[in-house]
Design a protein around this ligand. Sequence first.
Ligand code: ZN
Length: 601
Amino acid sequence: MFSRFLPQDFGPFQGQGDPLIDPVAELFEIRQLAAHFGQLLCAYEAGGLLAVMDVIEMVVRSVTLRLTGVLAAAAWLATDMVLAGETAGTQWSQGAKLDFEVFDFVFDDLNSWIGFHISDILFMLSDNCHSNLPPPTEQGFCAWLAIAQQRLDRLAHTPATSLGDLEIAVVEELHRLGASLLTQAANRQAQATAFLCSRCQQPLAREAKNHVRKIDSVVGPLQLSRDYGWCPKCQDWCYPADARWGLQPNAPASPRVQEMAAEAVLKMPCAQAEQSLPRLGGCSLSSTTLHREASRQGKRALALQQADQHRATTVEGVVHLAAQAAPPQKPFVLIIELDAWNIRERSDWGRTKSLRKKGKEPERWHWVYTATLFRLDQRGHTAAKRPVITDRGYVATRAGLEAFEQLVYAEALRRGLTKAAQVLVIADGAIWIWNLVESRFRRATQRVDLYHVKQHLWSVARELYDQDTAQARQWLRPLFHQLKNKSDGGQQVLGALKELLRNKEKMTPVQREQLAKEIGYFTTHAHRMNYASAQRKQQPLGSGAIESTCRQYQVRFKRSGQFWSLAGDEALLALETLRRNERWSLLFPHSHRQPVAAAQG
Ligand SMILES: [Zn+2]
């Protein structure tokens, strides 16, 4: 569509040979680019040739010498177009008057341009593409549309391009338009922001206007501008718009980019996310950027988690947390399930030798204490009749048992601990769990996971019947029945085990040892084996919910060959837990926005 404006007398190419592209292709490209620029420059200022010339001169003088060649050619074309009456409000007389001068300075610049590699210029131009945005005016939109259509036309006529190539090109072009719209809207948002300190809300002394901040957004890099000032109270500089925009200090990621990085890194390792994000239609982020950004969001999540942990230790905090729980419609049972899994860290890396000299093995595996909490009345079924918990809380930390206890308490308060008719804790036999329950949830009903109890009986059976599973099964069947269906099932099984001791002379030492161990286990936990009443009340008999929770965490945090650092894993665990607890919007307030439903017609 620009062919009528392409200079026919451009002359043979006089620059040095360029190793990257042949002269004919260079000339073609330079003319294409010049055409784009000419169109853009005309679109910038529709008021007439004088205004166009102002813009051209301003741009030509402000860019490096290497670019002036292209811009000069663009100026030439722009003049042509204005003279041909291509833009609104063209004034022929002024155009004619300026004609001579324009050509003079165009050729001046063309002369200084010759001698540079054109491919350098092209690369510089493509790098600068986003800072040459068409303004979101009708004229700018027309220029954008013309360029986009030309590119798509060319692609459509290029053999071996698919619909996928067109899809990519369309998204890229839309991003260019989007960047322009977003820049304008964000700048308006900045102008509409009260000029107050974002820390103390006091008025700021204005220092400078329109200070530029470069950010990475979902539509590519942007340059936003906002005012900043001095806060006399905080004795610090403040950019009120930065807080309004949700940008973090010294971090270029826009809120959507922050969210994308956080979500992606929770799902997969950074290197994989780097490849997957663009394929899924997200923006291109290097694995380093992804890692840095996800860590930053992890630290924010960790700060929120630590605030909850602190609340669990003060009266005001406990009242605040308890107030978060919705008032119950009817009496309910709050279920808390606890377990732990381990994570591999590189905390002792490089210290292996020195540690071993001191007779210590380096600690690489560390416990991640994990809890899940839900109300019994918040269980439902999927369409396929699979049981599902509709509303569920999570806790996961490797910061030790004390922190874990406070976090579980905080989450339980949020989920209605003080309003529950009954609190039920289900877990395996680990002693730390029941110590925690005794100290923090003393009035809770305790239940040891049925599957684990059965495993303990199996270990006795295997010893007694020398791995003969048919006989072992026969011995176990009535015990399992008692355990599950009798109100004092645990005690009955304990009695049966003690009964075996009568024949202990006939047992091997290993059998005796195993039996004594399991009698100890049943003595400790028999009162937690309340499965008959659980069945009557339709409560879970086991801790399946926490076991699947731990498995889900481990899918991300325990990949083969993966090492974490304490700071890194705790922050990412906090981020994952925040997401699971559906408090994502505390970090990403925009995530509240649901897609707008299509208008009903
Ligand atoms: Zn302040």
